[in-house]
Design a protein around this ligand. Structure first.
Ligand SMILES: *Cc1c(COP(=O)(O)O)cnc(C)c1O
Length: 348
């Protein structure tokens, strides 16, 4: 299937002349800046941040082995999800395909933008079901949102099936890899140049430990990035976020160590959880959380609450009957969880 970026972009976005900031109009460096109505007296944060985030993007490009022009930075991945829908989906006319269960923000963003979300099911083992997806696609389908490893199920989607969709779908395939650092599969970044309709999402919120800063990353062709760049708020990444994230990239060894510890803890926790009589299943995980099927998820959730331990109740989510989603904590926190669950078991 031939992918044509112009034909999937909304007309108003295609024709948009973006806002030009003071920093866009003058790109060099100077000694006196009187062009942006900033306060000259304050010194630390008085200047607007770089709207193109050039320094941060080139560090990230080097780390991830892509071109700077293939990167879009967002105020969290959530902002990028919204930009994608706004760039490519005509409200009230176009639709997006979101296999379920998955991360909730795709369908919320679609609803906010008055874009129909079509919700085919994954298989009961949370694998991609191509037939279910194809049955939802029509000529107004602009984006398929996939999440791999998937939240809340924790599994990687099969690469071959993702490639099949990339080849057969005429719109954009957005692959959210928020948890890719915790997985054994390498992810789809190396295939970015092979598929013009592939758009990847990653984030500094999970493995990198910077959820409070809000930095999401989109990777796509230069053409896709150019369109999203046109409609993003000019100063969407603040000065502190740009600086601290750059420091984190320069110190990427720390992230590797955290990921290593969390994966080991995840495997220990998986083994311990499986031994409880009230645990029916612990789904295999390629992430920093475990999806656990209980005999009575709500009762277990309420009990943990009384012990001051908060997990995520996913029992009302499709295919997740009686499931809790438990993030991997420190060894001490995980031990506290296991102790609480042991007491819970003895009470039953
Ligand atoms: C946590 C998470 C994100 C991260 O969103 P940010 O806005 O970057 O914090 C994105 N996608 C999925 C599937 C997630 O679980």
């Amino acid at each position: 299937m031939k992918f044509d970026i112009d034909s999937i972009t909304r007309k108003n976005v295609r024709e948009l002349k973006p806002y030009s900031t003071a920093r866009d109009d003058f790109k060099g460096s100077a000694s006196v800046y009187l062009d942006a109505n900033e306060n000259p007296y304050a010194t630390e944060f008085n200047r607007y941040p770089d709207p193109k985030q050039n320094v941060l993007k080139s560090a990230l490009a080097q780390l991830k082995k892509v071109e700077s022009q293939q990167i879009l930075l967002g105020n969290g991945s959530d902002e990028i999800i919204d930009l994608l829908i706004r760039a490519f989906c005509e409200p009230g006319i176009d639709n997006v395909i979101i296999p379920q269960p998955t991360y909730g923000m795709y369908s919320v963003c679609a609803a906010i933008n008055n874009v129909e979300a079509r919700l085919p099911h994954l298989s009961p083992d949370f694998a991609l079901n191509i037939q279910n997806i194809n049955e939802c696609i029509n000529d107004r389908s602009k984006i398929i949102f996939l999440c791999s490893p998937n939240n809340p199920s924790g599994n990687l989607l099969e690469p071959d099936k993702i490639k099949l969709l990339l080849q057969s779908f005429s719109g954009l395939v957005v692959l959210d890899e928020a948890y890719i650092d915790f997985s054994e599969g390498g992810g789809f970044l190396p295939f970015l140049n092979d598929y013009p309709n592939l758009f990847l999402l990653q984030t500094f919120s999970k493995a990198w430990g910077l959820a409070g800063l809000r930095l999401g990353v989109g990777y796509g062709s230069k053409e896709i990035i150019e369109i999203l760049d046109k409609i993003k708020p000019p100063y969407n990444i603040n000065t502190i976020t740009q600086k601290v994230t750059l420091d984190a990239i320069n110190n990427w060894n720390q992230t590797i160590k955290w990921v290593d510890k969390l994966k080991k803890e995840r495997n220990v926790l998986e083994g311990l959880l499986k031994q409880f009589s009230f645990v029916n299943k612990v789904y295999p995980s390629q992430t920093n959380f475990l999806l656990v099927k209980m005999t009575d998820a709500k009762a277990c959730y309420q009990y943990l609450l009384t012990k001051g331990i908060i997990v995520r109740d996913r029992s009302s989510v499709i295919l997740c009957d009686n499931c809790l989603r438990i993030s991997i904590g420190t060894p001490i926190e995980n031990k506290e969880l296991i102790n609480a669950l042991s007491t819970y078991q003895n009470m039953e």
